[in-house]
Unconditional design. Structure first.
Length: 122
């Protein structure tokens, strides 16, 4: 087994462990900066990564002896999956930035500024 395949297997195991940890941790309901939508996106990213790594490993073993057109289609599918992972990751980062802006606005306004008058309470 080559070093690249060993690295892919280790990456597969690490992502699987992170996915299991995230799912177990999110079973306990509590207030979090990460909403349900972001959790779903992160689980989707992990599953897509696992699929991609599995496809790459399978491709290094089984696709090498097939017709060149099949190889091109297979690796194109892997490339499409990688782009899909990037798009979903961008959506996740967008959610993080939105949550950051909302929390920062809440912290700057503080619990005392509900009237909106802008006057100080002396």
């Amino acid at each position: 087994m080559s070093a690249l395949r060993i690295l892919l297997v280790l990456a597969f195991a690490a992502i699987l462990a992170a996915l299991v940890t995230e799912v177990v941790r999110r079973r306990n309901p509590r207030r979090s900066l990460v909403g349900q939508q972001q959790i779903k996106l992160r689980v989707l990213i992990a599953v897509l990564f696992l699929m991609l790594i599995g496809m790459i490993l399978a491709g290094t073993y089984f696709i090498a002896d097939m017709d060149p057109l099949v190889q091109i289609l297979y690796w194109s599918l892997c490339l499409f999956l990688a782009f899909l992972i990037m798009i979903v990751a961008i959506l996740d980062v967008r959610g993080v930035l939105i949550n950051y802006v909302v929390e920062r606005r809440n912290n700057l306004l503080g619990p005392h500024n509900h009237s909106g008058s802008g006057q100080r309470d002396d």
